[in-house]
Design a protein around this ligand. Structure first.
Ligand code: LMR
Length: 328
């Protein structure tokens, strides 16, 4: 693969990591919804493409399509099965149509920090969950963390009761809906690319997301401030189709999977710094960030924790216990 961009490839959607694939190279298309740079997932996707294109030159050629330019998260899974793309990394909140086990990752106040997420991902329970969708044709290649989530609205939020009656955009996740309803607020599922406009026009009053998404999507510009709740994890499953992966020559597959593993590790170890940098950029832009006192934080935990019981049978108590144990 060369780094030259063929004009012809601009006709549909130009990949962020411009790659003019050569005849005979297997093309690996990676579609995602976030910013191409300055974001844990955007940067990880670019890192993966660079390594594949350098080290598998002549055999494979990876193209990355960021910013929902190719597919939304609700369409990308079908696209994987159809062979229109080979890689995607939707948030773990978005797999409810294929497995209910990933509801685990959405339980509010489950993981205390990203180190706990890394420990869970490396555990037998975490590794086993990568295969939760093989019966429907998908294989998880790794977990890519993106940070804990923060709340914002068109008014200050310090206690969950401040959110009473407000409408919050959520991902396509019933756990998120239950969490918002537990706050006495209303939830609306919306595609990621629609969130800024929905906040700006008042279709919704608030949102919850990682620092990097709040910064790169400019949500902070159309909200009153951000409340540092760290209430839930945002993490992705790097996912492919079983058919594609198992159709590869074994040596090509091994080389690819080794690169994936190394990039996953490198990307995850860079997430905390990237999140802190996005948080600082929001402060620098003059947006108020509200931190919670221990009593205020306890109020959020008390309201949200009961949500766990609703989803415990979908997930399995043992899995929940394994995730909780990763906090120690
Ligand atoms: C969202 O929809 O808010 C996130 O899943 C977007 C992303 O991929 O970070």
């Amino acid at each position: 693969a060369t780094a030259a961009l063929a004009a012809a490839s601009l006709a549909f959607a130009a990949p962020a990591f411009a790659e003019d694939c050569q005849d005979g190279e297997m093309v690996i298309k990676f579609s995602h919804v976030v910013a191409a740079t300055g974001h844990p997932k955007g940067d990880a996707a670019t890192m993966l493409a660079k390594r594949v294109n350098e080290e598998m030159n002549g055999k494979a050629c990876m193209q990355v399509f960021p910013n929902s330019q190719l597919f939304d998260d609700d369409k990308v899974m079908e696209a994987l099965l159809l062979g229109d793309v080979q890689l995607a990394a939707p948030s773990l909140a978005k797999f409810e149509a294929y497995t209910l086990k990933y509801r685990l990752f959405d339980l509010p106040f489950l993981f205390q920090n990203l180190a706990a997420v890394d420990r869970f991902a490396a555990s037998d329970a975490g590794k086993g969950l990568l295969n939760a969708m093989t019966d429907v044709g998908f294989v998880g290649l790794g977990y890519w963390s993106s940070g804990l989530k923060q709340f914002s609205a068109n008014k200050p939020l310090l206690l969950p009761s401040d959110a009473t009656g407000l409408k919050f955009r959520v991902q396509t996740s019933d756990v998120a809906v239950a969490m918002i309803e537990a706050m006495g607020a209303n939830a609306q599922k919306l595609a990621f690319k629609e969130v800024y406009g929905a906040l700006q026009t008042g279709v919704v009053d608030g949102q919850e997301n990682s620092w990097s998404n709040i910064y790169t999507q400019k949500f902070f510009e159309v909200q009153d401030g951000i409340t540092e709740t760290n209430h839930q994890l945002l993490a992705y499953l790097l996912v492919t189709s079983d058919e594609w992966l198992n159709g590869l020559d074994p040596d090509v597959r091994d080389q690819f999977l080794t690169i994936v593993q190394e990039v996953t590790q490198a990307a995850n170890s860079a997430v905390a710094d990237k999140e802190a940098a996005s948080r600082q950029r929001i402060v620098d832009a003059g947006t108020e960030i509200r931190t919670l006192t221990p009593e205020q934080r306890k109020a959020w935990v008390d309201v949200m924790k009961p949500v766990w019981a609703k989803f415990q049978d979908d997930i399995g108590v043992e899995l929940i216990e394994a995730a909780v144990a990763s906090n120690d």
